[in-house]
Write a protein that binds this ligand. Structure first.
Ligand SMILES: [Zn+2]
Length: 141
């Protein structure tokens, strides 16, 4: 264990992006296995090889990042990945929240500033005031 501790000294170790790379490599590997079941012609064999190669590539990138001594660069990559992940996941999180709150709240957007308003459901016709730009919005909930 001492050898490993000394070896990892000053190296980046693993992070969120590395985990995503490993998960991506596993998915590509499983996909290539499924393709291999049906690989009866040259085209599918090429697809199999490409999927295997991409999986190995992701795994290789993940290992290089893990043992890298250029920690600031790896942190920048991880931060960029997290920004993209948050942006990609936002619509799904919003949809899950809307579904969870569907019986108690209605979510609308302000037509002026695009701010999101959460209004109580089942109050009939109401006038809501946007907390950001103070515009009054007539709506039914
Ligand atoms: Zn507004």
């Amino acid at each position: 264990m001492n050898f490993l501790r000394n070896f990892m000294m000053g190296r980046r170790g693993t992070d969120e992006l590395n985990l995503a790379l490993v998960v991506g490599a596993i998915i590509l590997s499983l996909l290539s296995t499924v393709v291999a079941w049906f690989a009866s012609n040259a085209a599918l064999t090429i697809v199999y090889i490409v999927l295997q190669f991409l999986g190995m590539l992701l795994l290789g990138i993940s290992l290089v990042r893990m043992f890298s001594r250029n920690i600031p660069a790896r942190e920048r990559e991880n931060a960029a990945f997290r920004r993209v992940r948050v942006r990609v996941c936002a619509p799904f999180r919003r949809a899950a929240r809307n579904f969870r709150d569907r019986k108690t709240f209605v979510y609308i957007r302000c037509p002026d500033c695009r701010a999101e308003l959460r209004l109580p459901k089942g109050k009939g016709s109401i006038i809501a005031t946007c907390p950001k730009c103070r515009r009054e919005i007539k709506t039914r909930t």
